[in-house]
Each structure stands twice: as structure tokens, then as C-alpha cells.
Design a protein around this ligand. Structure first.
Ligand code: AMP
Length: 178
């Protein structure tokens, strides 16, 4: 299992899709799964840039992962976003369900991704919501990277401000994929 982490707009989705397409891997995006399933008030919370409850997101991903073989290589885009979620993931590893080979951490500045997100034009890509998502990220998700690193998981820090192809080639070479 390979985890894709980084600020909203850092290119996790794009890079995840390229890796999955080129190397024939599963790609689970919790944002995409939530956009499939979540309705009503919780959908409004998503659009306001708030993270949804750990228990809900974990249960949803758990169900999704059960639809594939544990031995298949999977990419996770957008999970874990909190220490609670990371703890659940490592419990699964300890139980022998799967292994985490790498974390791909796409490093970008706020300014660079603000422009990208505004160009993407999703409903949660307006400036006030983007700021809220950055805050959530810094407060809850950023610490997860170091937390995983401290538990022996290799963090590949990648400069995500370069072009899509250059970032992709960098990831492929660091993962030692062909
Ligand atoms: P994304 O497509 O990854 O930018 O996610 C869109 C939105 O879905 C986020 O702003 C959160 O509201 C929600 N979301 C996605 N993944 C998670 C997660 N792992 N934990 C909690 N909320 C999530």
C-alpha cells in the first residue's frame, strides 16, 4: 500500500491516477468515495472544508478495501488525514492485513496551490473554503506525516510544484518502479 499525502491541490489525485493507470494498481480516494455516498448536512460540511468523522471515513474505506485482494498493490489518496485514521491503518498492518511500503508526500506552498485550486473550480475550491481546508490540514493532517515517519514508514518528500510529468517521473524513480 502506498499513501499519497499533501495539501489540498498538491496533486495527490492527479499523481495517484497516473501511478494507478501506468502501474495497474487500485486507487482509493476517500474524497471520491465520500462524494459518492455522502448526502444532506454532512455533504454541506464537506463543502465547507471540514473533515468528516473518523469513524465514518474509516468504516467506508474498510468496506471499500474489502472488495479487493489484500495482496494487491493499493494507492490511498486522502487517507489517513488524522492520527486516529493513521492508528487504524497501522492496526491493520499489525494484524497482517496489508503492508505500507511508502508515503508519497507532495510538498507545495499555499500560494502555489491556491491558484491551482481556484482554476480547478470544485464547489469547495473557493478562497474562504480553501483557507479552511488548509487550516484543517495543518492542524490535523500535517502531524500524521511525522507520526508515520516515527513509526518506521518511509516518507518520500517530493517537490510538487513542478509540472505533472516531472513530478510523476520523480515519484516513479523514487519508488523504483519502471
Ligand atoms: P479531497 O477530495 O481529498 O480533497 O476531499 C474532499 C473532502 O472530503 C475533504 O475536504 C473532507 O471534507 C472529506 N474527506 C476526504 N478524505 C477524508 C478523510 N480521510 N477524513 C475526513 N474527511 C475526509
Amino acid at each position: 500500500m502506498i499513501l499519497l499525502m499533501g495539501l489540498p491541490g498538491s496533486g495527490k489525485g492527479t499523481q495517484g491516477k497516473m501511478l494507478a493507470d501506468i502501474n495497474g494498481m487500485h486507487l482509493f480516494s476517500t474524497g471520491d468515495l465520500l462524494r459518492m455516498y455522502v448526502t444532506g448536512e454532512r455533504r454541506q460540511r464537506m463543502l465547507a472544508g471540514e473533515l468528516l468523522d473518523d469513524s465514518e471515513v474509516i468504516a467506508m474505506l474498510d468496506r471499500a478495501l474489502k472488495t479487493v485482494n489484500d495482496d494487491d498493490e493499493c494507492l490511498l489518496d486522502g487517507f489517513p488525514r488524522t492520527i486516529k485514521q493513521a492508528e487504524w491503518l497501522l492496526e491493520q498492518v499489525k494484524a497482517g492485513r496489508f503492508t505500507i511500503s511508502h508515503v508519497i508526500y507532495l510538498q507545495v506552498t499555499h500560494d502555489a496551490v491556491l491558484q491551482r485550486l481556484q482554476a480547478r473550480g470544485r464547489l469547495d475550491d473557493v478562497e474562504a473554503v480553501i483557507e479552511a481546508r488548509f487550516k484543517e490540514y495543518e492542524h490535523l493532517t500535517q502531524p500524521v506525516v511525522d507520526w508515520l515517519g516515527a513509526r518506521g514508514i518511509t516518507i518520500l518528500r517530493i517537490d510538487g510544484e513542478r509540472s505533472t510529468d516531472v513530478v510523476h517521473r520523480d515519484i516513479v524513480s523514487k519508488l523504483h518502479l519502471s
